[in-house]
Structure formats: structure tokens, C-alpha cells
Design a protein around this ligand. Sequence first.
Ligand SMILES: Nc1ncnc2c1ncn2[C@@H]1O[C@H](COP(=O)(O)OP(=O)(O)OP(=O)(O)O)[C@@H](O)[C@H]1O
Length: 345
Amino acid sequence: MTDVADDRSTARHPDDGAPIVEVDNLTVAFGSGPGAVRAVENVSLTVRPGDIYALVGESGCGKSTLAYALLDIVPPPGRVTEGEVRFKGAALERLRRRDLRRLLGLEIAMVFQAAMNAFNPVITIGDHVEHVLQAHPEVFPDSRAGRAYFEHLLELVRLPPAVVWDAFESQLSGGMKQRVAIALALLLKPSVVVLDEPTTALDVLNQRLVIDILRRLHRELGITIIFVTHDLAVVAEMATRVAVMYAGRLVEAGTVREIFGSRRRHPYVRALVDAIPSVLDKGLLVQPIAGEVPNLADLPPGCRFAPRCRLAQDICVRVEPPLLADGRHLVACHVVNEELEVTAR
Ligand SMILES: Nc1ncnc2c1ncn2[C@@H]1O[C@H](COP(=O)(O)OP(=O)(O)OP(=O)(O)O)[C@@H](O)[C@H]1O
């Protein structure tokens, strides 16, 4: 194993290709001085074209903040204090403001967690579409082609264009609004779409529908998907790669197979998996994770998960574990990495 701080090992894999999004040693802080809280700390990851990349963790682990940083839209008082995000090799913060706006609108789109309330309630969905098309004539010089493309997107998200075009937000159900938000995000043909908790606020049937739709959009439009979720069952169904965050740090990253099937897994990830009846089919034996994510302003020494970890040893409460790579599978845990090295000898 090699000691690295990210998932960019030099090992070659069949899915290797030029990265589309790279997060390099990124730290995002809220506030300043001793009271500052680092919602994202020294996180590095690489997203390649065609990935369906899941950012996972419990509430408060920094997933949404990381997602916002991917589009350079961290809300104040949050700010990037270290590291950078690169899109197709170009650092976002070094792009001129005009180029950045263009890039973010056209190449990377976001569907926000509160998509349910993301629309202006006094205009129709058709008006929303017209506004976007007018703001970006470079994508569809003929707005009729833009309208036709939106209708195509509505069909892909399984909504009837004739109903949706003249509808106001209040006339759509929660599931329909989420799907309209996805169609709108794709209108300018971005190569990457970032979705914050795309299934969380939906009932089970609508969750299923949104998962199916996102897989279809990925297949038919070839878009790269990055999504934030606290739900590993959704990850198991949809993602190709996964990064698991705990209290602002990356604790494990790898393929879905590595995250769910590998013997070498972070105890936090094991605990998350054990908390999903649908994945392990344990029925009533599901184990909730005891304790809570620590307050970011008052972190424990050593491994942040140690106070909740059944495997914790002395070293865990003293020394922060490094993120060790086996190929592109990364784990930050003294105990499981030690076990693997012992077995490998
Ligand atoms: N606007 C803000 N002002 C101050 N601190 C913030 C702000 N937004 C986030 N934080 C800090 O960053 C931490 C991580 O928040 P974030 O929303 O990124 O987590 P998350 O994993 O996406 O959780 P959730 O699923 O609940 O959104 C919070 O616990 C909080 O300490």
C-alpha cells in the first residue's frame, strides 16, 4: 500500500482516462481564527468522464459543502482556505470571472437539495426555460431547438411536456419538481451534473423513479454524475465510485465493489452498510451507529471516528490515520490497514 492523501494513485485501471473534475487537497472553512470550522479538510479526489460518483456520509460531514466547492459556490461565510478544484485541468479560481460563469452554467450544472423550492413560483416552467435559453443563445441559436431539446429531456425524465410547459411550481408534485429540476439542469448540455441529495425528500416510489432516470440520463446523454447522499442503498444501486466523508475528512474512497465487498473497509463504512437492511438483507438485525458525528468546532484527537468505533485502539485516539491506497481504493484507518499489511506479508 502507498501513503497518499487522495484517490489519485498512479496505478493503471481500465477506467482510467483524463480526469474531468479534480479536487486537490481542498479545505473549506466557515469563520476564521480559533473559532473556524473546517467543513471540508484536505480532501482530494478524482472524477473521470462517465463516472457516477457518490459523496456519502451522515448529516454534517461536509458533503454539501464539498459539492458547492465543485462549482465554486460555497455560501459565505464559507471559503476555500487551501487546495483547489480543477475542471478538465483548469483551476476554477484562476479562471476569469466571465469564463467561470460560462463554465459553471454550461459545463457543470447543479441540482440543489432544496430543488422542491428552487423555482420562481410566479412564472411557468416554460418561462423558466425561455429565460435560460435567452441567457445562453450560444447553446441554441434557434430557441425552437432549445424548446425541442427541453421536451426531449422531459420525455427522458418521464414527464408530459404538454402538462409541464404551462405549469406553475405549485401545480407539480414533489417528485415532478425534482424531475423538472433535473431536466432544467441538463438544458444547456453540461458534461457534469452535481446533485445534492436527489432522492432524500421523495417517497419510495419516486426515489426509485429518480434513480432509474439518472441511470438512463447517464447512459443516453453520456453525462458524468456526482451526487451527494447519506443513503448507501442509493449508492449501491447507482454509483460507480464512492467517497465516504466523516467529520470533514475523506475516510474511504473506491469503486462500489470495493466499498461494499472488500474485506478492507473503514469501520465507519462497515457501520453504514450494517445500517442498511436492503443491502445486507439482515432484516431486524440492522445495527444503527451508536453516538453522533463530532462537533467540528470540538474534534476529538486522533481518528475522528474513534469515539464511536468498536475496533478503536490506543493509537486511534492519539494519531490521525493516514489515507492509504491499494490501487485506487483508499482507507484511513490504523486497524484495517494494519490487518491488511499483516495478511499480505
Ligand atoms: N452556512 C454555514 N455557516 C456556518 N457553518 C456551516 C454552514 N454550512 C455548513 N457549515 C458547517 O459545515 C458542516 C458541514 O455541513 P454540510 O452541509 O456540508 O454537511 P452535509 O454532510 O452535507 O450535511 P447535510 O446532509 O445535513 O446537508 C456543518 O456541520 C457546519 O458545521
